[in-house]
Design a binder for this molecule. Structure first.
Ligand code: FMN
Length: 218
């Protein structure tokens, strides 16, 4: 099933939607959005993202109560509670990722040993992140970005939200203590009129050449 909107248009058309039509997302389209979203990259292919998919109104009402009553939570036909699981650093989990790679013929014994060492070094010394939550969050949010762009390519609008009380969401939806809630993602069809584009800083304002602060010119 091919998306109806090309990549450039999908990126340019995506808005954080604050109001949704009641129209449902066909389940084949939702499945494809999730499948392609999970093609997102992650360090060592550990894929720490986890998603709770809400479609029932009573679940969405519970979530809305933890999300400062944001109306998109109940209006949208689908809301994802986007989580990241810190337990991906555990040996059993790492072995399951190695097995996944073996099943695809992508990992041999030498590479498996290399990964085991590299992963344990990363989590012991973590030179590129402060705490494991920052690391798992980083990976999960990339998957969220993938989902938003893929959804838009299928004509499905979205709204990412960090306006929620994490402890309440965790308690309400049985989320284990080692799992963090990264954001909520409402998915559906935007009610008109669409929210206006708020603009972006120019590439020159946010990109630097070779060293931070040095002017970038294409
Ligand atoms: C991590 C994150 C959290 C956000 N939280 C909320 C939120 O709680 N409620 C909301 O209405 N919009 C939220 N937004 C949407 C932003 O306000 C929106 O992306 C931004 O204003 C730019 O608008 P655009 O996405 O339509 O271009 C969030 C966006 C991101 C990426």
């Amino acid at each position: 099933m091919e998306p109806s909107i090309n990549l450039r248009h999908a990126i340019e058309q995506r808005r954080a939607v604050r109001s949704f039509e009641p129209t449902l997302i066909p389940s084949v389209i939702l499945s494809e959005i999730l499948r392609l979203g999970m093609r997102s990259p992650s360090a060592f292919n550990l894929q720490p993202w986890r998603f709770i998919i809400l479609r029932n109104l009573d679940s969405k009402e519970k979530l809305q109560a933890c999300a400062f009553n944001q109306k998109q939570v109940t209006e949208a036909p689908v809301v994802l509670i986007c989580c990241s699981d810190r337990r991906v650093a555990e040996p059993d989990y790492i072995e399951s990722v190695i097995q996944l790679g073996r099943d695809q013929d992508a990992i041999n014994d030498t590479y498996a040993d290399h990964i085991r060492t590299a992963i344990s070094n990363t989590f012991e010394k973590h030179p590129s992140f402060e705490g494991i939550e920052a690391w798992t969050n980083r990976q999960a949010m990339l998957a969220v970005a993938h989902i938003m762009i893929v959804a838009q390519a299928y004509g499905v609008d979205s709204c990412p939200m960090e306006g929620f009380i994490a402890s309440e969401v965790k308690a309400e939806f049985n989320i284990p203590k080692e799992v963090d809630v990264c954001c909520l993602l409402a998915l559906g069809y935007a009610a008109k009129p669409f929210k206006k584009y708020g603009g972006r800083f120019s590439v020159e304002q946010v990109c630097y050449a070779e060293s931070y602060g040095k002017d970038w010119k294409s």
